[in-house]
Design a protein around this ligand. Structure first.
Ligand code: HEM
Length: 501
């Protein structure tokens, strides 16, 4: 407003997050070289239409950009006014300068529709600016805004109100921070006695506790039913145990272990099955659906899908020769799926150690627990597309191993499979860590655990001490399996696992 732009009524009542999301920021903010289709799809992912995207881009009627953000445009692009390109080149050398230029050269500090006039004259500064007026679907709208400041002002204000109403996924806890750059709880910790804080945290934990005897009275045969069903499917295909183990991990990391990953999409929410880490990758959903049907036949409307998944995971690991553990029960099934959170909170195969540590820490898991849980990759397979960069470009890889994998994996995008632990692919043992020590980790995120950093000693230990790995893995599985949805999130016992009751 102070710069002469439109005003609007701001709707209030937002809450502050309890965490920051660096990975999502990396992934979800558009780059200055994005083309129109990328811009449309990134805004659409946030519920904003192409028209709203074009109106919001009018924010570039004020402010500056560094040469590094547009040097490719002024040196190489064709769809640019030649005089304008020459002018900008006078102050911007060809690579990586941080010198500044106005985003709207006409009226840099007046919030008006000058930006669109610049686009029509092919004087957009960023490639992502000119993408809006480049013979594509937004040309007519850009032309309209360029001659009709009131239409731009109206659409901009409405789109700002809509963008300002983007909420965290349902159930995400929030607070009113006391100072904006740290959590209220951290702030309070310096002010209230430590004992009181410890008691508060303890009571929060106790109220979330699960129990190994939860169904003793209501479904006494539960464990046998799940175990014999898993024995059947693992006999048919040992990889089924790997599918289920991965499903459990991907369930627990997204809003807690609540079987949200098993839900099909509805008009109210998108399915996690189609989140990036799961689409064309996660499998085994129908195995849990089938086991749940067997459980329903014995104990109707009693056992949650989340508990069935937790038990089936444990049994799958044990059936492949791995350790076993007591599963604590009493989880409830979610009423929604959280596709956005799945995109944001599941680690990618090219994550480095610091990213892995921080993503597991966000779930309350220590670096040691992260390293132990990664031992799950002692079974199962990965698609070449998940590790082709590693076998073609990495240095910290055994050369013979890289050459072997390249024989079945072309340089990019293939869905052919290779075992995560080439030594003993369907034996749940500590072979995975021996592979890491030999620099034969398949994913970059695997080898990141043994790459001259903090987890090396632990990887070495697990590689020679299977019992230590088994002990830590089971303890970490119990802890991961106890990740709960945020307090107050409603739940139920689903009757079938792929839809809410
Ligand atoms: C540390 C971070 C992790 C990353 C970046 C990661 C990533 C991946 C990727 C990319 C695949 C191959 C998927 C495909 O090609 O379709 C995979 C497979 C697998 N992951 Fe992980 N994972 C991690 C941790 C875990 C954890 C903690 C568990 C369980 C406790 C787990 C269990 C599995 C299993 C069993 C498979 C094989 C599934 C199959 O055979 O289809 N992973 N993982």
């Amino acid at each position: 407003m102070q710069l002469g732009g439109p005003t609007w009524t701001v709707r209030l009542g937002r809450r502050d997050s309890l965490a920051a999301y660096q990975e999502a920021a990396n992934r979800e903010l558009p780059a200055p070289f994005s083309d129109l289709s990328v811009l449309i799809s990134m805004f659409r992912d946030k519920g904003l239409t192409p028209r709203e995207m074009t109106a919001l881009s009018g924010a570039h009627t004020i402010g500056q950009a560094q040469c590094s953000q547009f040097d490719d445009r002024i040196y190489n692009d064709r769809n640019i006014n030649a005089t304008f390109a020459a002018l900008r080149r006078r102050t911007c050398p060809p690579g990586g300068s941080s010198a500044l230029a106005p985003l709207d050269g006409e009226t840099p500090y007046q919030f008006d529709n000058g930006y669109y006039r610049e686009l029509v004259a092919r004087r957009g500064l960023l490639q992502s600016d000119q993408a809006l007026f480049n013979g594509g679907s937004q040309d007519a709208l850009v032309r309209r805004y360029s001659v009709n400041g009131a239409a731009f002002a109206r659409d901009f204000a409405a789109a700002m109100a809509k963008m300002g109403a983007i909420r965290p996924p349902p159930g995400t806890p929030g607070e009113v921070r006391l100072v904006c750059n740290r959590l209220a709880i951290d702030h309070m910790a310096s002010m209230i006695p430590r004992l009181a804080l410890a008691l508060w945290l303890f009571s929060a934990l106790v109220s979330a506790q699960l129990s190994s005897t939860f169904y003793s009275a209501t479904c006494p045969n539960l464990q046998q039913v799940v175990r014999s069903a898993m024995a059947d499917v693992v006999r048919q295909n040992p990889r089924n145990a790997a599918f289920i183990l991965r499903l459990f991990f991907h369930d627990c990391f997204v809003n807690g272990c609540d079987a949200s990953i098993l839900l099909d999409g509805t008009p109210a929410f998108a399915s996690e099955k189609f989140a990036n880490p799961n689409r064309n990758s996660a499998q085994g959903y129908e195995i849990i659906d089938a086991i749940k049907a067997r459980v329903e036949a014995k104990c109707p409307a009693t056992v949650s899908c989340a508990d069935v998944l937790a038990l089936a995971t444990r049994d799958g690991v044990a059936l492949l020769g791995g350790p076993t553990w007591t599963v604590r029960l009493g989880r409830r099934d979610s009423l929604a799926a959280y596709q956005e959170a799945a995109n944001r909170e599941l680690p990618a195969p090219f994550s480095d150690l610091s990213v892995l540590i921080s993503m597991f820490r966000d779930k309350g898991l220590t670096p040691r627990e992260m390293t132990a849980l990664s031992g799950a990759h002692t079974i199962g397979q990965a698609q070449c597309s998940q590790f082709d960069d590693r076998i073609y470009n990495d240095r910290n890889i055994n050369a013979t191993f890289a050459a072997l994998r390249r024989r079945t994996c072309p340089p990019s995008g293939s869905s052919a499979l290779a075992p995560l632990d080439g030594e003993t692919p369907y034996q749940f043992d500590n072979g995975y860590y021996r592979e890491l020590v030999a620099r034969r980790g398949l994913l970059q995120s695997d080898q990141a655990l043994f790459n001259g950093r903090s987890q090396d000693a632990l990887v070495r230990r697990y590689s020679v001490n299977g019992a230590a790995f088994a002990r830590d893995f089971t303890a970490a599985m119990v802890k991961m399996g106890a990740i709960r949805p945020p307090p107050g999130t409603p739940g139920e016992v689903r009757l079938v696992c792929n839809r809410v009751n």
